[in-house]
Design a protein around this ligand. Structure first.
Ligand code: ATR
Length: 277
């Protein structure tokens, strides 16, 4: 009998998740006898679902909004970087039923830039990160891991940037968004982690022309794929990388852990997901 390995993504709501399409594409591409399903789990149902996972029905799965912090607390062991980020987005059930949690969002961020802007971190220079919410945490850890020497952490609410810089520890310089003009001239990378850009919204008073001509601009928002920030950067001749690759690359380590094959993020996969945006 063929043993079919099963994986899942849990969230609430979950029906818009692209993860089943990503993992389903890889399962058929690599000819693996496995499944990956989206399961809507409300917060009150989370402990029961985690118990079901311990019993052995699944090899593991992904965790999305609003469960990333709650699952962190329910794991038996957690990867040190997931601990720093304070959230788990990937679960692996071990042979003894124990659950190991990790966070692949920071790997998604790095995989996306490595694939689409190779050498982006060579100068080890200054980055500017806009936003101090959940997405920002993983990206700050990623930049710290790559050895960037100065990371300006700018947020609408300055206190949140100050608190996050203190909590994560690293070469972070917290401030308000209006400090952009002070940091921009020496920056090699600008990252948006705020929700600005969704539905075509844009930053007021962010003068991208202050960035060096060689700077790279990237956005964690991927709907729309070309956010106003990326469009403005392109019109100034700056290099840009959109946020869709981050979603694709964060899926790689989980698939490898559950199904035993490290999958490739190809142009075909990207086109398939892009068609659903
Ligand atoms: P996520 O988990 O997606 O990062 P979040 O934790 O709610 O979401 O964080 C949202 C981020 O977007 C925050 O940095 C937020 O700034 P505040 O800390 O000041 O709230 C930022 N953000 C959301 N709407 C914004 C707006 N209109 N202008 C500036 N920043 C905004």
């Amino acid at each position: 009998m063929i043993h079919v390995k099963k994986a899942f993504v849990i969230g609430h709501p979950i029906r818009h998740s692209r993860s089943p399409l990503i993992h389903g594409t890889w399962l058929s591409q690599y000819g693996i006898a496995g499944s990956y399903e989206a399961i809507d789990v409300a917060p009150e149902g989370l402990p029961a679902f985690i118990e079901r996972l311990r019993q052995g029905e699944f090899a593991g799965g992904n965790v999305t909004i609003p469960h990333k912090e709650a699952v962190f607390a329910l794991c038996d062991s957690v990867d040190p970087l997931a601990r720093t980020i304070g959230a788990v987005n990937t679960l692996v059930r071990q042979a003894d039923g124990k659950l190991h949690g990790f966070n692949t969002d920071y790997m998604g961020f790095l995989g996306n830039l490595d694939q689409n802007a190779p050498g982006w971190d060579r100068s080890r220079g200054r980055a500017i990160v806009l936003g101090a919410g959940g997405a920002s945490r993983a990206i700050l850890v990623a930049l710290r891991e790559r050895g960037l020497t100065e990371i300006a952490l700018l947020n609408r609410t300055e206190e949140k940037a100050v608190a996050l810089a203190r909590e994560i520890e690293g070469p972070f310089l917290p401030g308000r968004l209006d400090r952009f003009a002070d940091f921009a001239p020496g920056a090699s990378l600008l990252v948006n982690t705020t929700s600005i850009g969704m539905h075509g919204s844009r930053f007021d008073d962010l003068d991208l022309s202050l960035l060096p001509k060689a700077a790279l601009v990237t956005d964690a928002v991927y709907v729309p794929l070309v956010t106003p920030l990326l469009a403005d950067a392109r019109s100034l001749g700056l290099r840009t990388v959109d946020g869709l690759g981050m979603l694709l690359h964060q899926a790689v380590p989980g698939f490898e852990a559950w199904f035993g094959v490290r999958p490739a993020v190809t142009a075909e996969l990207r086109e398939k997901i892009e068609a659903t945006l």
